[in-house]
Design a protein around this ligand. Structure first.
Ligand SMILES: [Zn+2]
Length: 391
């Protein structure tokens, strides 16, 4: 996934700066590339700020329980994980007791090694499907221990991205405001190899199927698999007392990511997410949300894709022809008319969702990643050694 994520990061250059920086943001260099904010008492969020245009990094949520901190996701790199450690230490002298991984895409689990270095007894919790994704051939941008060859491969990708950015910067056709974003992206890419150095996958210590409870008198955290949605193993972290949910990439704003998703089940999972009755939703990427307006847009868009694709697929049309016939202009407009959103929502959401909706209509399996992909230069994966929890 890492090559695609970097590709997506490049595309993210053209992405919208989602919203103005909140007054509550703490732009602490110690936690770069994140900025920190408090979401509620003893609940904190690390996210990349609106003017960040480097490789895509998921949101990280920190919850302070009575006997330790619970962290939801860990970023893309060991360097991101070190920032999470520094921030956790700035919040509390308590240890980090658990890290929950929302899904296997590389910008969520790959900071864990740094957190485990700091707190060797930390529990690493995921659904069993997410564990399979983390150990599978698709997550092949890193190995299962630090290895220079992954650094070399990453530096080559970064050099390619930098070359494309420099080209944009020197192109007289590039608009001045875009040049400013390109400059910021170049800064982020120059820092990236150091942040990536030594990054590797740490497998979960505990897996579950439906629910895993991290109990606490004040801040219990229910880790839930509500159904397949953005991936086959999406985990949400639900704080029933605070009515806060961290959704992982089931919800990504200002525009959703659609690769290898499950359209029909995604809609059903969003209904369950809404039924929790949250007052704050922390998405996998983007600003926290305080109502269900964005979820409703997402459902409308997914339903539109399914409604257009299914009859064409069932007529026997090949996928490429189906793609040419569908019209997403109405659904795309739900996510705003901002040109930088419009430029990316097709490739990051609608195109991959057409593929999934096509398979779904024909009753074909939707795999996690390219079935042809071979684990070419990766170490052979460790056998899952996690404690399997039946619930
Ligand atoms: Zn993500």
């Amino acid at each position: 996934m890492s090559q695609r994520i970097l590709g997506a990061a490049l595309a993210a250059l053209c992405l919208v700066a989602a919203s103005p920086a909140s007054a509550a943001e703490v732009p602490a260099a110690d936690f770069a590339p994140f900025v920190a904010r408090q979401v509620a008492p003893r609940v904190h969020l690390l996210m990349t700020p609106a003017d960040y245009f480097g490789p895509v990094v998921g949101n990280v949520t920190l919850i302070e329980q009575s006997d330790g901190l619970v962290i939801i996701d860990s970023g893309l790199t060991a360097g991101n994980g070190r920032s999470v450690v520094a921030y956790a230490r700035s919040l509390s002298p308590k240890p980090v007791k658990a890290v929950a991984i929302t899904h296997w895409h590389n910008d969520h689990p790959q900071g864990v090694s740094a957190i485990r270095d700091a707190w060797p007894k930390v529990r690493i919790i995921a659904t069993s499907a997410t564990e399979a994704g983390m150990l599978g051939p698709e997550a092949d941008g890193v190995g299962f221990r630090p290895d220079e060859k992954f650094d070399v491969a990453m530096r080559a990708q970064v050099a390619e991205s930098e070359a494309a950015l420099v080209k944009l910067l020197t192109d007289p056709e590039t608009a001045p405001d875009r040049k400013e974003r390109v400059k910021k992206a170049l800064e982020a890419y120059r820092l990236f190899p150091d942040s990536y150095h030594g990054t590797y996958i740490v497998p979960p210590t505990d897996t579950f199927e439906r629910e895993f409870l991290l109990d606490d008198p004040e801040l219990p955290v229910r880790l839930l698999h509500l159904g397949r949605a953005n991936t086959n193993g999406d985990l949400v972290a639900w704080l029933p007392r605070q009515k806060i949910v961290a959704s992982g990439d089931i919800v990504v704003a200002p525009l959703p990511f659609g690769f290898y998703s499950y359209p029909g089940e995604w809609i059903a999972t969003i209904a369950k997410l809404k039924a929790l009755g949250f007052t704050t939703l922390i998405p996998g990427h983007g600003e926290p949300q305080t109502d269900t307006a964005y979820l409703d847009k997402l459902v409308t868009a997914i339903a539109d894709i399914r409604a257009q694709v299914a009859p064409l697929a069932k007529q026997g049309l090949p996928l490429d022809d189906v793609r040419k016939k569908v019209d997403f202009s109405t659904s795309a407009a739900l996510f705003g008319t901002e040109p930088r959103i419009r430029a990316n929502i097709i490739s990051l959401f609608f195109d991959p969702m057409v593929q999934s909706a096509y398979k779904e209509a024909l009753g074909q399996a939707i795999g996690q990643g390219d079935p042809e992909r071979k684990p070419d230069y990766r170490h052979s994966p460790p056998k899952p050694s996690s404690k399997k929890h039946k619930s």
